[in-house]
Write a protein that binds this ligand. Structure first.
Ligand code: ARG
Length: 566
């Protein structure tokens, strides 16, 4: 596909006799399209050329040679060059791209690069909470987008299935297992057992001792303890799968902390050899004062490994297993310090530099209920399955009102209800806290998942009404402003995906899809699609089709499914 930015940077490079590799990244898309489709800010060259931006702009203007079929017009506006692309060429590019119903082509920008994404990662015997949901939604969107760009992606569900609490769980189950039906309602029943045994431990030191012993036995692979642990894990996973069945989540590995724990001794050795491992009050730590961080605890005073130690072992394991170029960790910002410490300590493991440089924490904000933050202890945690089902029920009610005769209402309600929750998680910069408010996430007219689905459904129904459409599109009828705005957005699609991966920010795609839906609404409100004139109709039906395809591909990448009708 023709790259306008490349053509522009090449021409500027020729005019100034400069290297065009740098220039490419300087070319911008102006916010206001009266300033052109692309702009070149000349101040970026002022230092290098020792000239004012104005002078540079005029110099380029004088010497630049442009192919009129690519760039129609250039203007100098106070130190900027504004480029206007050839409308006919743009229309032709998009028409070609969508010809013969071929899906817009994937690209191979990520070919040969390995990405691992550590996401979702709920904890065994504990509720899958709304933070895990957000991690799942963000991780899944990134997974899909990297994959679409040709990267080799692995989704890692690093389950929290290890820790002293399992010693307690085992003791509780031994004492009162018969009183509970953990098969029927696993998470709640396990939580009850856990709370009860914790209370007993506080009263009775000998019980606590038993719990510690259980954990030790579990580590030594005592058959009874391992069997119970496996049961807890399996029952928890069954519950988690109910949620993954609703919202998705693609995992190539389910190796959790327990799988990694036996690999910690190698980490201890490596850190020992680095000379940086220090004793502090019986614990082993890496001092990070020079980096202005509290120490990274590697081994507790009772000799057990820490969350950080396991993360270090996981890094080494993943480097060897996946030879990653980038390793992303999707968690709430509560773990920012943890990952800073771990990544800093990872420098001491003697790995290739690329493995250290490839580590990246991708933090996100909290989900707030209108009543405040959710907390397990205060019982303000919403059960996720309930939340998703409620969204589906609410979507069904709206559909019931708007379109009572719709077929497959259940199926559509599911897509709309779930799509609304997913979109809400991805709508704004991930680092922002998010307020969960039913009315705004399900608003068909707002900047929501349902709005994108609704716009898509509209394109589908127009295409259906239009009947057979000719493959011959007369480009002349795609030159008006409303059509061109849509075409430009479609042209930018891949660029948007690349931006998502540069910042690991799926909201860039969410915002884009809203822009596409809005641009189509503007077009649709001022242009009838099904008109007498066949040529005009053809062009407008094409535009409608291309819009629908982009909305669908984009939404699917975010993990949202599209209904055909709603
Ligand atoms: N299970 C942890 C939690 O629920 C998140 C794990 C994040 N991944 C990691 N490699 N530390 O908080």
């Amino acid at each position: 596909m023709l790259d306008f930015k490349k053509e522009i940077s090449k021409s500027i490079a020729n005019a100034l006799k400069l290297n065009n590799a740098d220039l490419y990244s300087f070319v911008e898309v102006p916010k206001d399209s009266t300033n052109g489709d692309y702009a070149f800010p000349c101040f970026k060259l002022a230092k290098e050329l020792k000239k004012s931006p104005m002078i540079i702009a005029n110099e380029i203007m004088e010497k630049i040679q442009l192919d009129n079929e690519i760039i129609e017009k250039v203007e100098v506006v106070s130190g900027y060059l504004n480029f206007f692309i050839n409308k006919l060429t743009l229309a032709k590019i998009i028409v070609d791209e969508f010809s013969e119903n071929k899906e817009i082509e994937k690209c191979d920008i990520g070919k040969g690069k390995n990405i691992v994404i550590d996401y979702s990662h709920p904890n065994i015997a504990k509720p899958f909470h709304i933070g895990h949901l957000r991690s799942t939604v963000i991780g899944q969107a990134l997974y899909n987008i990297y994959k679409y760009l040709g990267y080799n992606v692995k989704g890692l569900n690093y389950l929290g299935d290890y820790g002293t609490q399992f010693g307690k769980m085992i003791e509780g189950y031994k004492l009162w297992g018969k009183e509970y039906d953990i098969e029927k309602d696993p998470i709640n029943q396990m939580m009850d057992i856990y709370v009860r045994i914790n209370n007993l431990c506080k009263e009775d030191e000998s019980v606590l001792e038993n719990c510690r012993n259980n954990f030790k036995k579990l580590e030594d692979r005592d058959p009874y303890c391992v069997e119970l642990w496996e049961k807890f894990r399996e029952l928890s996973l069954k519950e988690f799968h109910k949620i993954y069945d609703i919202i998705g989540g693609k995992f190539d590995s389910w190796d959790g902390e327990a799988y990694i724990a036996p690999k910690v001794p190698e980490i201890m050795d490596l850190l020992e050899k680095s000379g940086e491992l220090k004793e502090s009050e019986g614990a082993k730590i890496i001092d990070l004062e020079e980096k202005n961080m509290p120490p990274c605890m590697i081994e507790k005073s009772n000799g057990s490994s820490t969350y950080a130690a396991r993360d270090l072992a996981a890094i080494l394991y993943r480097a060897r297993t996946y030879d990653y170029d980038k390793a992303l960790y999707i968690t709430s910002y509560e773990q920012v310090l943890h990952f800073k410490q771990v990544f800093e300590t990872a420098k001491l493991l003697g790995m290739q530099e690329k493995y250290v440089n490839g580590l990246e924490h991708v933090p996100f904000g909290m989900v707030l209920l209108p009543t405040g933050k959710m907390s397990t202890r205060e019982g303000t945690v919403v059960k996720l399955e309930d939340l998703l089902n409620e969204s589906i029920q609410r979507a069904k009610k709206v559909i019931e009102e708007k379109n009572p005769d719709l077929e497959n209402k259940e199926e559509v309600a599911r897509k709309v209800g779930v799509g609304a929750v997913i979109f809400n998680d991805l709508a704004n910069n991930r680092i922002k806290d998010e307020i969960f408010d039913w009315d705004s996430i399900l608003n068909f007219q707002g900047e929501t998942g349902p709005y994108i689905q609704y716009t898509y459904v509209r394109t589908k129904s127009i295409i259906e009404k239009a009947g057979e459409n000719s493959k011959n599109i007369d480009l002349e009828f795609l030159l008006d402003e409303d059509s061109q705005n849509i075409l430009k957005l479609i042209y930018n699609f891949k660029n948007i995906l690349i931006q998502v991966t540069e910042k690991n920010e799926p909201s860039i795609l969410s915002r884009y899809l809203i822009d596409v839906a809005k641009a189509y609404s503007v077009f649709y409100n001022s242009n009838k699609v099904i008109v007498e004139d066949e040529k005009v109709k053809n062009a407008r039906v094409f535009l409608t089709y291309a819009t629908g395809e982009i909305l669908k591909i984009g939404a699917n990448l975010l993990g949202i499914q599209m209904p055909d009708k709603m």
